[in-house]
Design a protein around this ligand. Structure first.
Ligand code: NAG
Ligand code: NAG
Ligand code: NAG
Ligand code: ZN
Length: 366
């Protein structure tokens, strides 16, 4: 009996140091895991739902940071979104692993500690839980890609390049749009599968001045290229440009979204144009729904890239615009001369602005 108890104790101790199992957790298991994390790490995590899927599953977001419950001046907001296409499941797995990694290393690992003390990280592991539950475990079939209404969520956002943008919004898309209003996100990535490449805005064009050499170029193209290369060169293979046998070559493992293929109603353009949040679309596995045995390798390949990308939230300049009495001014236009954003960047309700920029000399008008 004693030996049995000891074995049980050793087993639970070992699994706690080995962390989260590398397998596919269904929506109920994922919810339980997130609730356990929220309970175990109350000082650095905060769990909330940003809405529900068509079938009524909660869209759980775990926030991590030194002050997880509220924004603090000078602390930029970062986010990762996984599993928007329900059958592209590696992002969902890796984001749960990332949560495990960050929570277990806080105050032990200097990089993780610095990251969570200086930024607030929001993780939505599954934007399309209904699609996930209906997915076939297959590398390339699209069963499960869409939400319960058969809609591709990455075509359902308002699009700055389309004249008719009043199509009906799906519940999952509406939840994300409302979420973007509650926080001033600075940097984000949206995780997909079926290729290995970091894709950056714009995804769409209406043939105006943005269209150059087959690419749809944004005013922050230099920053986007830097961000995409940060991911691809921190990844063990992505920068090698032809990581998947069946897909095209991507120089440096990055691509302009439109140049790869034009895409209306996508989430990354919406984040950038309307929420002043720079977002990449990260394609992180050749196979959309790989065998579980491949998950540890995919985590090792992406882990340094996921961490390096998060740190980019500190690129450039930030500050507070105040009036002559020192009171923060909301909605002040903060423009970097030479970068005419479709919607000018404005200070948020705390008077704050964050502008991701590469080293150089800039003139900023307020
Ligand atoms: C997270 O934990 C707090 C207490 O630490 C609790 O009040 C809250 O209900 C938990 N949230 C969820 C969604 O379980
Ligand atoms: C991070 O914040 C914690 C809690 O306030 C503090 O104990 C720790 O020293 C800080 N560490 C770093 C590296 O900033
Ligand atoms: C920025 O301007 C200063 C002063 O004109 C100059 O010395 C410096 O080399 C410039 N830096 C860059 C990166 O252009
Ligand atoms: Zn996708």
């Amino acid at each position: 009996m004693f030996v049995f108890t000891l074995c049980l104790f050793l087993w639970s101790w070992l699994s706690s140091i080995h962390g989260l199992e590398f397998r596919y957790h269904n929506s109920m298991e994922m919810e339980q895991y997130l609730k356990d994390i929220n309970k175990t790490f109350p000082d650095i995590t905060h769990l909330h739902s940003i809405g529900q899927s068509v079938e009524g599953r909660e869209l759980w977001v775990l926030i991590l940071g030194q002050h997880p419950r509220e924004h603090r001046t000078g602390i930029p907001e970062f986010k990762y979104v996984g599993n928007m296409h329900g059958n592209e499941v590696v992002g969902r797995v890796l984001l749960l692993q990332l949560i495990d990694y960050l929570t277990s290393r806080y105050l032990r690992d200097p990089l993780v500690t610095r990251l969570l003390n200086s930024s607030r990280v929001h993780i939505l592991p599954s934007m399309n839980p209904d699609g996930f539950e209906s997915s076939a475990r297959d590398c390339m079939y699209t069963v499960g890609r869409y939400n319960k209404n058969g809609v591709d969520l990455n075509r359902n956002f308002p699009d700055a390049f389309e004249s008719n943008t009043d199509r009906e919004r799906e519940k999952e898309v509406r939840a994300v749009m409302d979420w973007l209003k509650t926080e001033s996100f600075v940097l984000s990535a949206n995780l997909h599968g079926g290729a290995v490449v970091a894709s950056y805005p714009y995804d769409n064009s209406n043939g105006g001045g943005e269209l150059q050499g087959g690419q749809s170029i944004s005013p922050d193209d230099d920053v986007f290229i830097h961000l995409a290369k940060t991911y691809s060169y921190s990844h063990s293979e992505m920068h090698n440009s032809n990581s998947c046998s069946d897909s095209q070559d991507f120089t440096h493992g990055i691509t302009n979204g439109y140049y790869w293929y034009p895409l209306p109603g996508g989430m990354q353009d919406y984040n950038y144009v309307w929420a002043q949040c720079l977002e990449l679309t990260l394609e992180i596995s050749c196979c959309k729904f790989p065998p579980e045995a491949q998950l540890p390798g995919l985590w090792e390949a992406n882990k340094p890239a996921l961490l390096a990308y998060m740190q980019q939230v500190h690129l450039g300049v930030k500050g507070v615009v105040t009036d002559s009495n020192g009171k923060p001014v909301q909605n002040a236009v903060v423009e970097v001369v030479g970068r005419r954003n479709l919607c000018p960047f404005r200070t948020d309700r705390n008077g704050e602005y964050y502008r991701l920029l590469l080293p150089g000399n800039y003139t900023i008008t307020v």
